[in-house]
Design a protein around this ligand. Structure first.
Ligand SMILES: Cc1ncc(COP(=O)(O)O)c(C=O)c1O
Length: 364
């Protein structure tokens, strides 16, 4: 007698098709004329003129393939952080680098823990790697619930994702808590600390990679999309122990980082003074936005990213609708809150007008 088994690919495709498409948690219309978009945590500032110039020059060469393993980007990151190149992984965005790491590390039956609400791509990337996602709810204050992470860790747990500053709440994980958590974690579990917004966190020294050295199974995941304002170009990187980094490099899609992206990164790193000035500006505007919202009677969390979180619970979508009426698109996480990227003066004027309308109609 033969036993018949469902073919694996069919089982896999069913599992993948059950996943929500990326972004489906955002109920608001995506592009509307005349509306300022503060829904994507993009940098509020236009690209540096030198970056634009490098793209113009690079346009003459787009008939040529880029380097298959993005050696210019790899070298630029290693040099900028004075790090052993063996500890560096690059890819077309930090989302892609996370995908590379999960594909390399996970097997069917493995669990990956991540904070929720969190970056929308986490569930998708975990499922693509064939692993099971275990969302760990944030605390009521919008913080990582590290004891809950520890409690949900089992022998099946392969990777833990933490995010600091966290998307969408903007809260950071204090060093002492992070270190205590990593010290107590079983040594075979890999922790990816998603630091997509770390440059906006004034309490963080981004050149200090001590966490990775002190905890060899800890990966620091970063991007040029946010603070460097290169979101459309797709360039991300991670620091990890050499064996982990080598795995992450093996799963990179060859030719996936463009030469344009590599050159724009190089130019951006060469303009570090302008970068520092721009960061200070974003932090200042973030503070003004937080203060403005408080003046309107709302209670934004103190953020360490380039965005502000309003924990509005069931009223989140109502606020997003009021914002759209005021000419600004914000990100609603239904049932949780609203995330507003830091914008310019006009954008904030519209946000505060929406806050006033919202308070008047709903009493907050
Ligand atoms: C927490 C977090 N991680 C990673 C990413 C991915 O960024 P990218 O792939 O553009 O580097 C994002 C983008 O919004 C994010 O919010």
């Amino acid at each position: 007698m033969t036993t018949s088994r469902a073919p694996q690919p069919a089982a896999r495709s069913g599992e993948l098709m059950r996943l929500p498409a990326y972004r489906s948690t955002d109920p608001m219309p995506q592009h509307t004329d005349g509306v300022i978009d503060l829904a994507n945590n993009e940098l509020m500032l236009a690209p540096l003129p030198a970056v634009v110039e490098s793209l113009r020059h690079g346009a003459d060469h787009v008939h040529r393939y880029p380097d298959p393993t993005a050696r210019t980007l790899h070298h630029a990151v290693s040099k900028c952080f004075a790090t052993d190149p063996e500890r560096v992984v690059v890819g077309p965005g930090s989302g892609a680098v996370l995908q590379q790491l999960l594909l390399a590390l996970c097997a069917p039956g493995d669990d990956v823990l991540y904070p929720w609400p969190g970056f929308d791509a986490y569930p998708l990337l975990v499922a693509q790697a064939g692993a099971r996602g275990v969302p760990v709810p944030l605390t009521a204050a919008g913080e990582h619930d590290l004891p809950a992470f520890a409690a949900k860790t089992t022998t099946r747990t392969r990777v833990v994702i933490l995010c600091s500053p966290h998307n969408p709440t903007g809260r950071r994980i204090p060093h002492t808590e992070m270190r205590a958590f990593l010290t107590a974690l079983p040594p075979d579990i890999v922790t990816v600390v998603d630091q997509a917004y770390v440059e906006f966190d004034e309490e963080e020294d981004t050149s200090d990679l001590g966490l990775m050295h002190a905890h060899p199974r800890t990966v620091l995941l970063r991007t040029f999309s946010k603070a460097y304002g290169l979101a459309a170009l797709r360039a991300g990187y991670a620091f990890a122990a050499p064996d982990l980094a080598a795995l992450g490099r093996r799963t990179m899609l060859p030719f996936s980082v463009t030469r344009l992206a590599e050159q724009a990164v190089q130019v951006s790193l060469d303009h570090s003074q302008q970068f520092t000035r721009r960061l200070a500006l974003v932090r200042r505007e973030r503070q003004r936005l937080e203060e403005g919202l408080r003046t309107e009677g709302l209670a934004p969390l103190r953020s360490y990213g380039n965005f502000v979180w309003l924990p509005l619970g069931a009223a989140a979508e109502r606020f997003a609708v009021a914002a759209l009426r005021a000419g600004v698109r914000v990100r609603a996480c239904p049932g949780e809150g609203v995330r507003i990227s830091v914008g310019d003066e006009e954008a904030h004027r519209r946000v505060l007008a929406a806050a006033r309308d919202f308070k008047a109609a709903h009493g907050g």
